[in-house]
Design a protein around this ligand. Structure first.
Ligand code: FAD
Ligand code: MLT
Ligand code: ZN
Length: 410
């Protein structure tokens, strides 16, 4: 690519930018980087309705791809609240998780191939759309989740599932977090292969959505809420299974109240309660955001410990997330940014996380905001090897510098 040859010869740094929805500052230049917007690379190249393989340019907006596929009875294997703006290239570059990981796995499995422009301007074509290919190292994996620091993703080949014929969504209130966990194990056992999402939100998250966005919660008065989605091919069979599960959950006291919807419009409205928490938080003040992977049993302990530690110095401490994947989103709001509040939160949150040897970034990446905390989740040797990869692929350090990795050895 001409731009890269030009930049490489002149030592000009480049910041690839997709839909700019990333939550850790990866798409935002720090000093004088040139912003490389991928927005005009938005063409669908091909779709094979037998294999389900979609090949498209990196700047395609996720929601546009979903709509295109849905017209052919297929769907994207990923979905997230930022779907209306984020690009598939940005999703791959961040290895975005989202709401469907429980069912379709991560992009590390569904992305079959990539075309990438390297820092010297050469084009790496790893676009072969094969589900099985063990010839040498799987190079595309290096670029998935590399946040634009190793190459610019220009084309993506992705395996898309058939659109489920029957979708049900249950929104339930639970009396405590232990019931949220027990409901999860119960529904995993009873719904089996039709379970496609299990998300949880605490009461405080819901209050923010209600007060700032004026969305109405159909099941009020519970300390926790869960969204359970089923996706299958036989509505009568799926509904029977779901009803059986709900009966069991209600009679055993796991669930206090709830509602189930099957109509597309109502499904979207219920999902909005979960998907728009991020937006509601931004209306609440300055937001300190954390995205932690940890054993599900411990998932909410970090929220209660943080709440207790911060007391009245925080406006709200809320927890929600992809419980089915062991992924907590801990968010703390304050009227405005406060350095002393930040000092009370960090490194506390990272140290708390490190005691369980889990991840300080489950799905959002490290970007600019979290690169210095990588050592809480990765050993020194691993970080060192990552720095060697970076130096090999981008010897002049022109690709999204100041992101993902600390500059020197730890
Ligand atoms: P950008 O924000 O533009 O960029 C993100 C990073 O990728 C940057 O480092 C950038 O340099 C790099 N990049 C972008 N495009 C390319 C490219 N073509 N080649 C190389 N590098 C590139 N994340 C989740 O994982 N799960 C969620 O459920 C989720 N929900 C969200 C909900 C909301 C409301 C919002 C605002 C964000 C959410 N996110 C979520 C964050 C998520 O990372 C992004 O939404 C998305 O994956 C980033 O895509 P983007 O196109 O906006 O990338
Ligand atoms: C989500 O699951 O809603 C996203 O990852 C965004 C967020 O954490 O705010
Ligand atoms: Zn998330």
């Amino acid at each position: 690519m001409f731009l890269f040859r030009y930049c490489s010869e002149r030592n000009l740094a480049v910041n690839p930018q997709g839909g700019n929805t990333g939550l850790v500052g990866g798409s935002v230049p720090v000093f004088d980087e040139i912003i490389l917007s991928m927005a005009l690379m938005n063409q669908i190249i091909s779709f094979n309705s037998v294999s389900g393989i979609l090949i498209c340019q990196a700047g395609c907006i996720l929601e546009n791809l979903s709509q295109y596929l849905e017209s052919m009875d297929f769907t994207m294997p990923l979905d997230l609240g930022a779907k209306g703006s984020c690009h598939i290239g940005g999703n791959v570059a961040t290895n975005a998780g989202g709401l469907r990981v429980l069912r379709y796995g991560s992009l590390r499995g569904t992305v079959l191939g990539l075309e990438v422009v390297l820092a010297d301007g050469s084009i790496l074509n790893c676009l072969a759309s094969l589900q099985k290919d063990n010839t040498g190292y799987d190079l595309k994996q290096l670029f998935i989740g590399s946040e634009g620091t190793l190459g610019v993703i220009t084309t993506v080949s992705i395996l898309c599932p058939q659109k489920p014929k029957a979708v049900n969504l249950a929104f339930l209130g639970c009396p405590g977090f232990s019931q949220v966990l027990e409901t999860f194990t119960t529904c995993r056992g009873m719904l089996g292969e039709i379970l496609s999402a299990y998300e949880f939100m605490d009461d405080k998250s819901m209050k923010l959505v209600e007060s700032h966005l004026k969305l109405s919660n159909p099941v009020t008065g519970s300390p926790f809420y869960v969204l359970i989605e089923t996706s299958g091919s036989n509505s009568a069979h799926d509904e029977e299974k779901l009803n059986h599960f709900l009966e069991q959950a209600m009679t055993s006291g796991l669930v206090m109240d709830g509602t189930v919807v099957t109509e597309d419009k109502r499904i979207k409205a219920l999902w909005a309660l979960r998907e728009r928490i991020t937006e509601a938080l931004t209306h609440d003040g300055y937001v300190y955001k954390y995205d932690i992977s940890l054993p599900v049993k411990r998932l909410y302990d970090l929220v209660t410990d943080t709440r207790e530690r911060l007391g009245r110095s925080a406006k709200n401490v809320v927890g929600y997330g992809h419980l089915g994947d062991g992924n907590l989103h801990l968010n703390i709001t304050a009227e405005s940014y406060s350095h002393s509040l930040l000092e009370a939160i960090e490194p506390f949150v990272y140290e708390w996380t490190a005691q369980y040897q889990v991840s300080i970034s489950a799905e959002h990446g490290l970007g600019f905001k979290k690169k210095h905390y990588i050592h809480y989740s990765k050993p020194r040797e691993a970080v060192h090897l990552m720095q060697k990869f970076k130096a090999m692929l981008d010897p002049k350090g022109i690709l999204n510098p100041y992101k993902t990795l600390p500059a020197s050895s730890l």
